[in-house]
Design a protein around this ligand. Structure first.
Ligand SMILES: Cc1ncc(COP(=O)(O)O)c(C=O)c1O
Length: 489
């Protein structure tokens, strides 16, 4: 419906009946949606340099990522501008449990749009938020019943640390975190993210205590010596650290220690949760329940931005249980938008209907078995295979000192950080020559991270293993020389 503006209305809008009508604003030089879709790699590169992150392009070039424009994405594959299908074993660092564009998620979103449903629900309650929070409580053990919705893992973890701080009370403000942890890049959780790369020279909160991951004695010493410690935050499986797990005995002792010393345990399941390890939460492998947890990544079904903090009811009520304290915690503008919620609701239903958690367990076991066979075949190249379900790390031997002397200056010239790290070379060549995408880790440059979608089949694993086998079969010197040559060209 078009709206006619009467002279009286425009005078009212301009505030002065005698002032001239405002001139139409010239439209800035805007790119349209169709032009964006049709853009070529050269123009994308120019705009990336002009408006986004010129320095990051350096790393994309090292890995060969800068040549690719994704045109479509379906299931386990990206399809690039040449029609090439790229097998996705990167999986958006765990954001793509359902693969790309799962048809049930597309259908739910399309129907929602066609019905003109509402998105922003700040004034009213939302039936979609109500259903999603119910579903998350239903998927969570114990009394992990109270849910805060946000739009990223960092936001979910900020909410987790805040609820714990308030529940622990003013006498216990200190937070324990682990070496090699990653909990996000926003300022609060950056203080418990253990990477000089990210921490830079930012001024961070200083009420933190750092312990080695998985070291129960160090944690007990910290709890015993400092009664101001009120919270401990740990990833159940460290992702950025290079897929590091701790045994069941550690988690059980941790739960007991937290109960003894009155410390709240926050389990960061942003990357390892949501079925990836073969249980909904990775901590469920160990028969223990934390006080607070957080999910994000695949919670949005790979179609939307969704994060959630889930707290035990008692903890939540201590923090925000009164009318006075309730509003401290009220969500941000985009927390729990309509279409995002219904995407997440449908995604949780698909996760169980399609038995994707069971598939993560069985296909993940198959992946580990096939990788162990490669480990046995190439013991001088592969150092260790580790992980659980479809969250797997492959650590290469450290070649920084053993690369043939002739290659060292060439490799050093390329990039100081990649020097001697086979994972970069292997990842780049897997993509270039075998159409396979893998991920890397921030803290350990010798590790390749494998987090394929939970829809991954044995056939996909076979394709990946055949590619890796063929590449490693060329030998280290050939791999490094080929990589160096590709960078010179
Ligand atoms: C364990 C963990 N926590 C928190 C985050 C932060 O999530 P986001 O990037 O959505 O802010 C990540 C992201 O990689 C993560 O792996």
């Amino acid at each position: 419906m078009s709206v006619m503006t009467s002279p009286a209305t425009s005078a009212h809008l301009s505030g002065d009946a005698s002032s001239p009508a405002p001139q139409a604003l010239p439209k800035p030089n805007l790119i349209s949606v169709e032009e964006a879709k049709a853009m070529d790699v050269a123009r994308m590169t120019d705009l990336f340099k002009a408006h986004m992150n010129p320095g990051q392009l350096h790393f994309m070039k090292l890995l060969g990522f800068h040549k690719i424009k994704v045109e479509r994405a379906e299931g386990m594959f990206y399809i690039d501008q040449t029609g090439r299908k790229i097998l996705d074993f990167f999986g958006g660092f765990g954001s793509l449990a359902f693969g790309h564009n799962h048809p049930r998620l597309l259908a739910a979103r399309q129907k929602f749009q066609e019905e003109n449903r509402h998105e922003i629900a700040i004034a009213f309650m939302s039936q979609y938020q109500a259903a999603l929070t119910h579903n998350l409580a239903a998927c969570s053990p114990g009394d992990l019943d109270m849910v805060f919705l946000g739009s990223s893992g960092s936001e979910a973890m900020e909410a987790a640390v805040k609820v714990a701080e308030r529940a622990a009370g003013p006498k216990k403000p200190k937070i324990v975190y682990a070496e090699n942890s990653f909990h996000g890049k926003t300022k609060g959780v950056l203080s418990i993210t253990d990477g000089s790369l990210y921490r830079g020279d930012f001024r961070l909160v200083n009420n933190t205590v750092r312990v080695p991951f998985g070291d129960i004695d160090a944690i007990e010493r910290a709890f015993r010596s400092d009664p101001a410690i009120g919270t401990i935050v740990l990833e159940t499986v460290q992702g950025g650290g290079g897929i590091i797990t701790a045994p069941t005995a550690f988690w059980q002792k941790l739960r007991a220690l937290c109960d003894r010393y009155g410390v709240l345990w926050v389990a960061d399941e942003v990357q390892c949760g949501y079925g990836r390890t073969g249980r909904f939460y990775a901590f469920e492998h160990h028969g223990v329940v934390p006080d607070v947890t957080a999910l994000a990544k695949s919670l949005g079904g790979g179609k939307t931005a969704m994060g959630a903090m889930i707290a035990r009811r008692e903890v939540f009520m201590k923090a925000y249980g009164t009318p006075k304290s309730a509003m401290i915690h009220a969500p941000a503008t985009f927390g729990g938008m309509g279409e995002a919620c219904i995407t997440s609701i449908e995604a949780l239903n698909v996760l169980y209907d399609e038995k994707l958690i069971e598939n993560a367990a069985s296909t993940g076991a198959y992946l580990l078995e096939r990788l162990e066979a490669l480990h046995a075949k190439y013991p001088k190249i592969i150092k260790e295979i580790r992980g659980q379900g479809l969250m797997v790390g492959l650590e290469f031997q450290d070649f920084s000192q053993t690369l043939p002397m002739v290659l060292r200056p060439m490799v050093a010239m390329l990039d100081d950080k990649l020097k001697g790290s086979l994972s970069g070379f292997v990842g780049a060549l897997l993509l270039r020559d075998y159409d396979v995408l893998v991920a890397f880790t921030e803290y350990n440059r010798n590790v390749i991270r494998l987090e394929p979608p939970l829809i991954c089949s044995r056939e996909n694993v076979d394709t990946f293993i055949a590619a890796l086998d063929a590449l490693l079969g060329r030998g280290i010197v050939a791999i490094v020389k080929d990589f160096v040559k590709s960078q010179m060209g």
